[in-house]
Design a protein around this ligand. Structure first.
Ligand SMILES: Cc1cc2nc3c(=O)[nH]c(=O)nc-3n(C[C@H](O)[C@H](O)[C@H](O)COP(=O)(O)OP(=O)(O)OC[C@H]3O[C@@H](n4cnc5c(N)ncnc54)[C@H](O)[C@@H]3O)c2cc1C
Length: 416
């Protein structure tokens, strides 16, 4: 059994980025990545709808951390050392140019995740990194200065410096726990809301550019989360960046309430008084027009306005001159504070992550080294770090991986 200088468990974004950079920073050492499956970087492949949303166009660490419901405090310093700007430069220097979409997401110019995979795997090969596929690590022990790893295939490996980059798999968490690490509560993050409500049925596809939302979650202590952002009516309820952001920040609270909550939506993105004023002003000028046939609010499509009028008992024949104050109030109330019952968690196929993981208090975030065991490091989603959708999850993987690589470089450059 030849000893391995650096062993990395998991060939995902974190593990492979880590391996490639250690190879570049510490030439000549033996680096092995152990991957349970036959294919490294499977999530990168399917990420961003096959385009791979590599990072986000936000180069200010102070602003960047606001996109991480878990890990924001710890990532602040980490991003000062390796942030999206560095990611863009890293890929650019290796022939992968990234482009920015209007919402800030950054993709390879090729619009293909394969470009990112090829780049990462070529870097590993260039630096002599070995990727052992089909090598699921079942358990490990630390004896003296060495980690001893046992794989499902029955092989045993001796590793000097160990990096656990197993993503959100329970097996990876179990390996960390066996070395004394605490795993915080786990819950899914980045999902849509299931809402079965006649006001939404038949209107899937209608979107709102900016809708302030307030989510109230029942429980021993009722919690409130609020965000404003783009919103989309779907076949099963509501989706869009604002909902996904709420799902991330409220991931644990929603898990505890079994995804039962109340969502208040301001579709008009105005105050109730403003909506009432606009209806009044329109009524003065167009008193003979039928209310249901004329959406007065720019954000509300005509088809849905008619439907809401019907829902509120405003008959098609009713003219603006006949609209009672109570009806006007009810319309304004519906458009600025419509209340919907969330009854479950829907899917968001583009991206999903797990909230929870290795307790961050047990990690030195300058190096990503464990405070429990020397020469043990963590990177990526295995940690209690996760971001909202938009390239933030890969960015935390790249950043934590780079910090590990630099820490390993320091270990090899300072004599023991
Ligand atoms: C459908 C989808 C799309 C996404 N799109 C985006 C996106 O566009 N942008 C973005 O920023 N984020 C995206 N994400 C999130 C992002 O993919 C993850 O946050 C990221 O992949 C985490 O990287 P990681 O290396 O920590 O873990 P993973 O990518 O999960 O890699 C962990 C690896 O470890 C291996 N492994 C686990 N246990 C063992 C073991 N015991 N022994 C050996 N190997 C083991 C696994 O097989 C896996 O290959 C997406 C997620 C999904 C599910």
């Amino acid at each position: 059994m030849t000893p391995i200088d650096v062993g990395i468990i998991g060939a995902g974004a974190a593990g492979i980025f880590c391996a490639a950079n250690i190879g570049a920073l510490v030439p000549g050492i033996r680096i092995v990545v152990f991957e349970a499956t036959q294919s490294p970087l499977t999530k990168v492949k399917i990420s961003g709808g096959g385009r791979c949303n590599v990072t986000h166009n936000c180069f200010d660490p102070g602003l960047l951390v606001k996109n991480y419901p878990r890990g924001y405090k710890e990532l602040r310093g980490a991003f000062a050392k390796f942030q999206p700007q560095d990611t863009v430069a890293w890929f650019n220097e290796r022939g992968v140019a990234l482009k920015v979409e209007p919402d800030g997401r950054m993709f390879p110019v090729s619009d293909s995740s394969q470009t990112v995979i090829d780049c990462l795997m070529q870097e590993c090969e260039r630096h002599g990194v070995k990727v052992f596929k089909g090598q699921k690590i079942l358990n490990l022990q630390k004896q003296d200065e060495w980690f001893s790893l046992n794989s499902k295939s029955g092989e045993q490996f001796k590793v000097k410096h160990l990096i656990i980059a197993t993503g959100s798999t329970p097996e990876g968490h179990a390996l960390a726990a066996s070395l004394g690490h605490k795993i915080t509560a786990l819950a899914p993050s980045l999902f849509t809301f299931k809402i079965s409500d006649p006001r939404l049925v038949g209107f899937s596809g209608i979107s709102f550019a900016q809708a302030p939302l307030v989510l109230t979650i029942p429980g021993e202590k009722e919690t409130n989360h609020q965000f404003s952002g783009p919103l989309l009516i779907t076949h099963w309820g509501l989706s869009g960046p604002a909902v996904l952001k709420l799902s991330a920040f409220a991931a644990h609270d929603l898990f505890h309430s079994a995804y039962q909550a109340t969502l208040k939506v301001n579709f008009a993105n105005m105050s109730k008084d403003q909506v009432e004023e606009q209806i009044k002003a329109y009524a003065t000028k167009h008193s003979k027009q039928q209310v249901a046939n004329h959406s007065v609010i720019a954000a509300i499509p005509q088809r849905w306005w008619s439907h809401l009028c019907e829902h509120l008992g405003i008959v098609t024949e009713l003219r603006f001159a006949e609209l009672k104050a109570t009806q006007r109030y009810a319309l304004a109330e519906e458009l600025t504070g419509g209340t919907y019952k969330v009854t479950g968690k829907g899917v968001f196929k583009e991206e999903f992550v797990t909230a929870g993981g290795i307790d961050l208090q047990e990690i030195d975030f300058r190096t990503m080294e464990s405070k429990k065991a020397e020469s043990l490091f963590f990177s990526g989603e295995v940690l209690n770090v996760d971001g909202i959708t938009g390239g933030f999850n890969f960015q935390s993987a790249w950043t934590t991986a780079m910090l590990v690589a630099r820490a390993i470089q320091t270990k090899f450059s300072s004599p023991e």
